[in-house]
Design a protein around this ligand. Sequence first.
Ligand code: 6PG
Length: 227
Amino acid sequence: MSAVDITVVADAEEAARLVGERLAEQARAGGSFVLTGGSTPRRAYETAAELEPDWSRVELWWGDERCVPPDDERSNYRLAKSALLDRLGDQPAVHRIQGELGRDEGTAEYRLELTDVGAFDLVLLGLGPDGHVASLFPNFPTLDVAGRDVVGSEAGYEPFVDRISMTLPRLCNTRELLFLAAGENKADAVARAFAGAPSHQTPGSLARSAEGTTRAILDRAAASKLS
Ligand code: 6PG
């Protein structure tokens, strides 16, 4: 597996700033991006919108979604809309996962939308305290799904609603895979994902760009158990 280029900064704010700068830089250049959910990326999205309000050259995708309507507070789309899209002058092409259709239909629709889409330019991933990435949870059979871009899943972590997720091969088909993790509750998962042997126990340890680079931007607390 390719090595991970790790950057450790003082705190969550600085980590979000670096990721926001990287997103803004790629928005300027154009390309296809995959966003992550959870709460850590909010500041990164806000920063990216401040630094670059023209996203008209971007195709925007999501690595995973919760099966809720797009205006539900648990929706990953809603987070990106309020932190990023609503703050832009020029919109990207938005490829939202339709969580409101439910697990099976939403998965089928997103699979269709991804037909013939080549490598992404940038995939952003968070890391759960249990080591999950996107909605690919520890030891779930979804980790082994290949030959399909999208998979439906039960939740392995809160919020406990059904999930729709890109598969590992689809997430890894990117020129750059960028992790963002902050906070002490991520320290064990970070150590296992970036300094341990690849394992289904820690999905983050299996997510590496297939042909490009993999980077992790961490705050000091999240990196505290890395040797
Ligand atoms: C989701 C996410 C998930 C997230 C991690 C980290 O839909 O839940 O995409 O993989 O990135 O759970 O989330 P936090 O940043 O909130 O810790």
